[in-house]
Design a protein. Sequence first.
Length: 328
Amino acid sequence: MPPLPPLLGARLAVTAPSGDTAPDDSGAFDGALDDAELRTARAALAQGRRQAARSLLLHTGDDWDRRGHRLTVLAQEPYAAAWASDWLQAEPGSADAATLYALAQVQRALRGKEDPDLAREACASAAARAPADPTPWLGLLRLARTLGPEHEVLGAFAELRGRHAEHHHAHHLLVARLAERPAAGRAAGDHEVYDLAELAAAEAPADSPLAVLPVVAYAERYRVLAATGLAPADPAACGHWSGPRARRILSAAFDWWLEWEHDEHPRHHLDLNHLAFALSCAGRPAEAAALFRRIGRHATPAPWSYAHRDPRAAFQAARTRALNGTAH
């Protein structure tokens, strides 16, 4: 990917949180998605037993997207930092323990319960233990995406991409942040975040889920526009997905899904939710219905929560409309 375009101005000050920065504490959504092994390890960790998590991470190996997903979910547990600290004391050389501790400290910092500098130090320590692993840098990117200046976001993303060029979570975080750049007089369908997302999708292998990244970019841009009063709170009423570029992006992503559909990527349900959201907003219920059937019970807060909506209610309403075959 070529160098990112220069800053166009100050970051927008008032935005609704993206899905990554708004942890859901209601119990309505499960960040583990369809990863049964992860749910088992998380339940054991909640009881103070780390062996299941230790074995899970050992067998995850260098499947970097899956490793990042699993460690991020484990780190969201309320006592994950304490458990990881105990594990690290028992096994000082453990990169898994150090990375879980780092990501747990990041989670605490994002919730205002830890000094971000201490979280950064924990990530740096974990990165030193496993130089090839992009996951400590994922922690730094999550932190920078919400609390840091843009140069930190770009720096962490570059480190991640240097270790795993198609890192799914990293691309989502970058797109969420860049969607907050001012449009600088460009047309509604011509924001630079769309250019970046389409370039990343084009450069990825044909079977890469980054094919859906341009759809994610449209959702993130809608989040910003709605939060700043530039788009209605009802995403289906704003015409955001009706322009020629949006229609082309949606068709390409849906066609990609039909051709390459497979369930092994750990975050594929997040892509399915974004695609179902966009198709619902674009008034394409038949295509959306196919996605909702595949999603099943694995709804995700983003993007259904955008424009400060209740994500569970928004998901259920869109699903009902699509499955009933009625456009809105």
